[in-house]
Design a protein around this ligand. Structure first.
Ligand SMILES: NC(=O)N[C@@H](CC(=O)O)C(=O)O
Ligand SMILES: [Zn+2]
Ligand SMILES: [Zn+2]
Length: 445
């Protein structure tokens, strides 16, 4: 295997140093560190982070390869600085058997761009009627630990209780898409000022909050791990704060889009802004940023949801919900959450102004890499570059500003809500187990 020297990198934004990678691991760190025959990578001033880990990615394979494949989604992930992604189960066929999760796992391994960790469905066919073969998926080659019916809520409390009981045995976790379906029938966007003005059926905050409240109580009762997908409201944050203070084993994610965008973007009926849960209000955005800074919301997860032009560029009520995320997640997090003093170079858009706390690079690494890796049980990921650690890392240029162009993204789909926006930070290189998957901002496979 080959060796690399990342010369002049700043680990988590610290002073410049040299990082030597040999045989898939970080061999040495320190000024002047080198190895015979190593390829020198100019990383002068670039910030080295542990490779990002996404707990929530839709790769669409099997079934909707016209929207994304494991390979195209893996490429988008590597270009976004990711070394591991968890692939949601709402494929066709659904990932509800050992056979399907092993298929996705192998496709990921063959693509070789990121570690693809399949998530298993909680219920057969996501139908919410009976439990899928959770044990068989856990015991399979894919070693599934996260189970989710994402796209659908496990709304039957009895089934949710049984799923929590089942996964407790092997320290698995149920990732809930919190949406009380009876409160969101026909819903198109956040229930509030904009749904009223546009005359579209609203998706009330309480539909999310009611399920989170119920499920943290169920998790406490069972003593099992619960993860809440794409938290989107200020009220959800309050319930999570209460549950964590009580010692309930709950973790939660927020998406980049819920940290930046609001329901006012629906004003021109452009369905690129249609997503589940919907974009909320400024007050919700502020509460989510504060919660992420505080740690009440643990991690950022993309909910990368590619959709074809036919499924997305149509009238709002007919468009599928969901937006791309993998290649823009880190820039959005840096824009909304990083202390601007830690970004070199000129200001991009006005930084997203939260009074309630800003992150440093270590805080960014914690929420985009270390904690998601721990939640998913990915022992080789989410580790700061240090001697002996698997070389899963990414190099970010904190001085770069990039204007998003949907047509230039690696995804097979182009439903990015950030087209035309200029955001800070550019992923220059990504290493997966010591092999460069991205160099000079270009995918290597
Ligand atoms: N987020 C979305 O709006 N859509 C997701 C499903 C989901 O995450 O609920 C999808 O699969 O397209
Ligand atoms: Zn969902
Ligand atoms: Zn999703």
């Amino acid at each position: 295997m080959s060796s690399f020297v990342l010369a002049g990198a700043r680990i988590l934004g610290a002073e410049k140093t040299d990082i030597v990678i040999t045989d898939g691991v970080v061999a040495e760190v320190g000024p002047g560190a080198s190895a015979p025959g190593a390829t020198r990578i100019d990383a002068d001033g670039l910030v080295a982070l542990p490779g990002l880990v996404d707990l929530h990615t839709h790769l669409r394979e099997p079934g909707r390869e016209d929207a994304e494949t494991v390979e195209s989604g893996s490429r988008a992930a590597a270009l976004g600085g990711y070394t591991a992604v968890c692939a949601m189960a709402n494929t066709d066929p659904v990932a509800d058997t050992a056979g399907v999760v092993e298929q996705v796992y192998r496709l990921g391994r063959d693509a070789g761009l990121v570690h693809v960790q399949p998530i298993g469905a909680v219920t057969v066919g996501l139908a919410g009627e009976r439990l899928a073969e959770l044990g068989a998926m856990a015991d399979s080659a894919a070693a599934v630990r996260i189970f989710s019916d994402d796209g659908h809520c496990v709304s039957d409390p009895r089934l949710m209780r049984r799923a929590l009981e089942y996964v407790k045995a092997f320290d698995g976790v149920i990732a809930q898409h919190a949406e009380e379906p009876r409160l969101t029938a026909g819903a198109q966007l956040h229930e509030g000022e904009w749904s009223a003005r546009l005359g579209l059926t609203g998706w009330p905050a309480v539909a999310e909050e009611a399920i989170i409240a119920r499920d943290v109580l169920l998790a406490e009762h069972v003593g099992a791990r619960l993860h809440i997908c794409h938290v989107s409201t200020a009220g959800s944050v309050e319930i999570l704060r209460w549950a964590k203070a009580r010692g309930i084993r709950v973790t939660a994610e927020v998406t980049p889009h819920h940290l930046l965008l609001t329901d006012a973007l629906a004003r021109d009926y452009d369905p690129v802004f249609k997503v589940n849960p919907p974009l909320r209000t400024d007050a919700d955005v502020a509460a989510l940023r504060a919660a992420l800074a505080e740690g009440v919301v643990d991690v950022v997860a993309t909910d990368h949801a590619p959709h074809t032009v036919e499924d997305k560029e149509c009238e709002w009520p007919y468009a599928r919900p969901g937006m791309l995320g993998l290649q823009t997640a880190l820039p959005v997090v840096l824009h909304t959450m990083l202390d601007p003093a830690r970004l070199d170079g000129p200001g991009a858009e006005t930084p997203g102004g939260t009074e309630a706390g800003r992150l440093d690079w270590d805080g960014v690494a914690e929420r985009t890499s270390r904690r998601p890796a721990r939640i998913a049980g990915l022992a080789e990921h989410g580790l700061d570059p240090a001697p002996g650690v698997p070389a899963n890392l990414t190099l970010v240029d904190p001085a770069a500003r990039v204007t998003v162009d949907g047509g230039e993204l690696a995804s097979r789909s182009r439903n990015t809500p950030y087209a035309g926006r200029t955001l800070p930070g550019r992923v220059v290189a990504t290493f997966l187990a010591g092999t460069p998957t991205v160099l000079d901002g270009k995918a290597q496979l």
